[in-house]
Design a protein around this ligand. Structure first.
Ligand code: AMP
Ligand code: ZN
Length: 538
């Protein structure tokens, strides 16, 4: 399989060749845990999850190591801890903030269908590694002490600026760089800074202090992936200064030509042309979408957000709208209907055994072309179209949508019965929520009388149970013919009987049976005439 990836270092798409095919290594910068993650933060998590799945497919699940860190040392965290837990000692307050935020992040990204990375190191567990790298940098004269800080000397590295393609002069002229008198060069950045007694700190050769942000990733990537690894990823905003500085630290400390061979960056999720960000205040948290009805008056399942993201190639900007979510939701519902409607029994068997089929070669090929998810989704739509007449296409649709993480054994039934409801009107689903719950319990308890009773109630509401798996229930809305049409047919049948045309009257009865209508003939006790009543057949 020829995998090619766009490399920010060369600004080109290149064939990917791992350093060691038995252990393909990828590092992605993770969240700074001081607040809920927004859906812009979700983008790199989803994009690199797709790449992780692809690498596992190509090289084998046991031959890929994916590291995504948690930044739990940061001055933003300290500020949040002081604000939210003013009564607590600072370290305890910090622990509260980081634990709560990290666990929220985990449940958010799980709902987005992301696999867990192989390792998820925390900065606070890797302080000794950071101190070791800084010590080496000082010893090699790439770093110096000044005014309570240890700074990286950017002028000591000739290739500094290679990734972001900035030269030192541009950095000096850059408006964002504050010229501090204590720095040798304006672009020199903090490796270690001293902490006051009321700030978090660790003992070090330079006194009690805390690390800068960039050194965290140099330390954690080296610990789990070695000094040189295959892929390093994150959002576009990390190219400078974060990734540039990671490269400077790691290469100068380890004496290597590169830190990672391939540098990959996702484009921004934007709102009206501006990057979604905490500082601009134009953000929507993942949790708000999943758990509140603030947007479009409804909650949005994680896989809907995931599909909406994958509609755009990862290097392009995404313009954020609820309309895109709605169209992703419709698309998933239609896939769920086609898959379950086509081969329910086969599907249920597959679900119960937990073995979804492997992705199609066409899907893998689309993704291997620099994670071309729009092409992958075009393929899903092709499968969906063919699924109406071809169960194999329905099966491919299931395989490929599961592989992309937008539908799974666990969620497919939810799209039909858990409020998303496929072709069932959402009003109807609301009025049957209670029965659905009772039905789940009855199924769980193998209470067949209970199941029968509830299925009768549902039937009266025009719903038939088509199947169930893992607590999900697939309902089908019965299409009941118009009363007028039934009455006309019954009148025609009575007329045929009167004319002794029994062949025709039987034909009409069969036609009604096929429509799900059962007839009952009785004699009117007063007039003695035949009266026909009807009901929906069970
Ligand atoms: P942060 O917590 O700001 O360091 O961001 C965590 C990750 O999310 C980084 O990889 C960022 O590049 C990425 N990111 C932040 N905002 C956006 C956005 N609006 N669109 C896409 N990626 C983003
Ligand atoms: Zn990083």
């Amino acid at each position: 399989m020829a995998l090619s990836l766009y490399n920010t270092l060369s600004r080109r798409k290149e064939p990917f060749a791992p350093i060691d095919a038995a252990n393909v290594r990828m590092y992605v910068c993770g969240p700074t845990v001081y607040d809920f993650a927004h859906i812009g933060n979700a983008r790199p998590v989803i994009v690199f999850d797709v790449l992780y799945r692809l690498l596992r497919h190509i090289y084998g699940a046991d031959h890929v190591t994916y590291v995504r860190n948690i930044t739990d040392v940061d001055d933003k965290i300290n500020a949040r801890a002081l604000r939210d837990f003013p009564g607590l000692p600072l370290n305890d307050a910090i622990a509260r903030v980081t634990e709560k935020t990290a666990s929220q992040f985990h449940s958010d990204v799980k709902a987005l269908g992301c696999l867990e990375p192989t390792h998820e190191p925390r900065a606070t567990d890797n302080i000794a590694q950071m101190i070791a790298i800084i010590t080496t940098l000082v010893a090699k004269s790439h770093a110096y002490r000044t005014a309570g800080e240890v700074l990286f000397d950017t002028a000591s590295m000739p290739e500094y600026g290679r990734l972001s393609r900035r030269n030192l002069d541009e950095q000096q002229a850059g408006a964002r760089v504050v010229v501090d008198a204590h720095k040798k060069n304006p672009g020199d950045f903090v490796l270690w800074k001293l902490s006051s007694a009321d700030e978090p700190g660790w003992e070090s050769p330079w006194g009690r202090g805390r690390p800068g942000w960039h050194i965290e990733c140099s330390a954690m990537s080296e610990r789990y992936l070695g000094p040189v690894f295959d892929i390093h990823g994150g959002g576009l905003d990390l190219i400078f200064p974060h990734h540039e500085n990671e490269i400077a630290q790691s290469r100068c400390a380890h004496g290597t030509d590169v830190m990672a061979n391939v540098w990959m960056h996702n484009g921004f999720l934007e709102v009206e042309g501006q990057k979604m960000s905490k500082s601009l205040g134009n953000f929507v948290t993942i949790n708000e979408l999943l758990a509140t009805e603030k947007f479009g008056g409804r909650r949005w399942p994680g896989e809907v957000l995931r599909l909406a993201m994958l509609m755009t190639h990862y290097r392009q900007p995404i313009d954020w709208t609820v309309r895109t979510l709605a169209s992703a939701k419709r698309e998933l519902e239609s896939y769920a209907c086609k898959i379950s409607g086509k081969e329910l029994d086969w599907f249920r068997l597959a679900v119960d055994r937990g073995d979804t089929p492997p992705p199609s070669p066409e899907l893998v090929e689309a993704l291997a072309d620099d994670i071309n998810t729009p092409a992958a989704l075009t393929l899903l739509r092709k499968h969906a179209k063919a699924a109406d007449s071809d169960w194999k296409a329905a099966r491919l649709l299931l395989a490929d949508s599961s592989y992309l993480g937008v539908l799974s054994d666990d969620t497919i039934f939810a799209h039909l019965s858990g409020g998303l409801a496929g072709n069932i009107s959402s009003d109807l689903v609301l009025t049957t929520n209670n029965e659905i719950e009772l039905l789940r319990v009855a199924i769980l308890n193998r209470d067949s009388r209970g199941v029968n009773a509830i299925s009768n109630t549902l039937f009266e509401k025009g719903l038939r149970i088509r199947g169930h798996a893992r607590g999900h229930i697939l309902l089908e809305q019965l299409s009941v013919p118009e009363d007028g049409q039934i009455v006309t047919l019954i009148a025609a049948r009575l007329a045929a009987r009167k004319a002794k045309n029994f062949k025709e009257s039987d034909r009409i009865r069969d036609e009604l049976t096929a429509m799900g209508i059962a007839l009952k003939d009785s004699k009117d006790p007063v007039t003695g005439e035949i009266v026909t009543t009807w009901e929906v057949a069970r």
